[in-house]
Write a new protein. Sequence first.
Length: 72
Amino acid sequence: MDDELVEIRVLDGFLEAEILKAKLESYDIPCMLKQETVGRLFGLTLSKLGRVKLIVPFEYKDKAEEILNEKT
């Protein structure tokens, strides 16, 4: 399935998730963030509702993992 999406990180807040998303996008890797609506609405970061999933197409999974695991 070419359009399969995979979760590569679960983060404890939207700010960190946005930073990692921007990093992947700078390498032309398409990605998206997914969070429970109520977590985003109320700015929750300390519970399961505050967790944010970083998702990429399956074909980019390995490259995205490599980039995120780089030491800078």
